[in-house]
Design a protein around this ligand. Structure first.
Ligand SMILES: Cc1cc2nc3c(=O)[nH]c(=O)nc-3n(C[C@H](O)[C@H](O)[C@H](O)COP(=O)(O)OP(=O)(O)OC[C@H]3O[C@@H](n4cnc5c(N)ncnc54)[C@H](O)[C@@H]3O)c2cc1C
Length: 457
């Protein structure tokens, strides 16, 4: 049986290589005998170790179109890679084609229109380094080496979300290479249904080669960072939720529990003097708090945890939405974190609401806009021998926190995949709408390495 599978895979990769060479690619086709193969096949999560038959690194949208055609014509598995940060490793595969977009990281800003265009392989750091020095922000995530494409396709949340919404709420249009090999521009006026689907529906509908975002005024950033001893977590969280719930949308809270401490970060964007006033009480939530309030550049804020979440460490995660940080949620969090398998494993909670909730839930595929908080249980480890122990903790913790969660979920931060995860994220009604769209634009499910939506039969 194994021999049949291997022979089938061998024939498939030969077909794929033939199709790629017929397409007349000008970009190199990286196969296992290439000296840089191991470098290019690597993705962010060290748990994921796959060996594609070929990797192509397109230089332009025409190269992307040719690669999509080659995968479709040969029947090869196709993995599309933006920043390579998928937790389950969706952006690589065994035996198929990896379409690595990292060369498509170009950025073009239109200052008069307050818009910016970003290539499908750009990272958040590229986007922030273009906008922030000019006094602008596009709301996105909090780690600078994450890919703009994958993050945006799932929704995109971070420090600027309460003020300006999810990343998709600033998306004005995008260029897509479809399964049929068409290159199309989608927006509110050009195929609005597909535009609806790419705002939360993940990579199900094609290869995104260019995004156009609205830019917003950044304002002054004031940041409070405190650490409380783990023993005082309950006391601190009870005070924290009451204080945070009263703040305007210029304010965003994140807290992270580990076995040793509770870290609290409060970010204010807007008037600096007012920010200092609002943030200072967060240093006195419980006994033993250390830290303080400071002005920090937005670029420093956006990269402060880059090293902690470095490439090649080992990760698992499960997330969900809370309407409030209830006493029961605090109990569950305390019980779980006491058993965390490594010192770097964490339960992290980001405040949402504000502008995220201004948009109607059915206006985009993303589901969960009424949530006030997003929680993420994330074991982090380095030794392969700890894989099972750490993953099990992540699953058990995720289950326990999910029981207190509201409907909807964020597809981008689920390390497990499958129909249950996807249905849980979108709910049956939105899932049907996504499945109808999928049947129209990708009936043979060429783009299936994602939180996959099965085309409606
Ligand atoms: C360290 C870290 C920090 C994170 N922080 C945040 C955060 O602050 N806020 C937040 O909202 N999320 C965050 N996330 C989750 C993040 O949004 C997802 O992991 C996202 O999928 C990463 O996108 P990527 O392009 O880097 O990943 P990839 O692995 O390249 O892709 C992820 C998925 O998107 C598809 N895809 C990627 N690029 C394209 C494209 N151009 N066209 C079509 N499909 C494409 C892939 O096929 C795959 O299915 C974080 C993740 C990590 C690992």
């Amino acid at each position: 049986m194994l021999e049949v599978v291997l022979a089938g895979r061998y024939a498939m990769s030969n077909l794929l290589l033939r199709e790629l060479s017929l397409a007349g690619h000008r970009c190199p086709i990286i196969t296992p005998d290439h000296q840089d193969y191991d470098r290019y096949r690597k993705v962010w999560n060290g748990v994921v170790d796959r060996r594609p038959a070929a990797i192509v690194r397109p230089q332009n949208v025409e190269d992307v179109r040719k690669a999509v055609h080659a995968a479709a014509a040969s029947g090869a598995l196709l993995a599309v890679r933006g920043g390579g940060h998928s937790f389950p490793g969706f952006s690589t595969c065994d035996g198929g084609l990896v379409l690595d977009l990292s060369e498509l990281a170009g950025i073009a800003m239109d200052r008069d229109a307050h818009t910016i265009e970003v290539g499908g392989g750009a990272l958040l750091g590229h986007l922030d380094r273009a906008t922030v020095p000019e006094g602008y922000v596009v709301p996105a995530g909090v780690i600078s080496h994450t890919g703009v494409a994958g993050l945006t396709l799932g929704g995109g949340m971070g420090w600027a979300s309460r003020r300006y919404g999810l990343t998709i709420d600033s998306l004005l249009g995008a260029e897509i290479v479809t399964a049929a090999g068409d290159i199309v521009w989608v927006s509110e006026t050009s195929d609005p249904e597909l535009f609806w689907g790419i705002r939360g529906g993940g990579g199900n509908f094609g290869v995104l080669t260019r995004f156009r975002f609205r830019m917003h005024e950044l304002g002054s950033i004031v940041v409070g960072q405190w650490s409380y001893p783990a023993a005082n977590t309950r006391q601190a969280l009870q005070a924290l939720r009451d204080l945070a719930g009263r703040q305007p949308r210029d304010f965003t809270l994140n807290f992270t529990a580990t076995t040793t401490a509770l870290s609290v970060t409060a970010v204010w964007s807007g008037d600096a003097a007012l920010g200092r006033l609002v943030l200072s009480p967060f240093g006195a939530l419980a006994d033993g708090g250390i830290g303080g309030v400071d002005t920090l550049s937005y670029l420093s804020l956006q990269s402060r945890n880059d090293e902690h979440f470095a490439w090649s460490r080992r990760y698992y995660c499960k997330g969900g939405f809370w309407s409030e940080v209830t006493d029961k949620a605090i109990d569950a969090l305390l019980r779980s974190i006491a058993d965390a398998p490594t010192p770097d494993s964490e339960i992290s909670v980001l405040q949402l609401g504000g502008a995220v909730a201004d948009v109607a839930d059915d206006a985009t595929a993303y589901t969960g806009r009424e949530a006030s908080y997003y929680w993420l249980a994330e074991p982090v480890w380095d030794d392969v021998a700890d894989d099972e122990r750490c993953t099990t903790w992540g699953r058990i913790t995720g289950k326990s926190l999910s029981e207190l969660s509201i409907a909807g979920n964020y597809v981008n931060e689920q390390a497990d995949a499958g129909t249950v995860v996807v249905l849980d994220a979108y709910g049956p009604e939105k899932y049907r709408r996504l499945a109808r769209l999928k049947a129209r634009v990708d009936p043979h499910n060429l783009f299936r390495l994602n939180q996959n939506i099965t085309p409606l039969a």
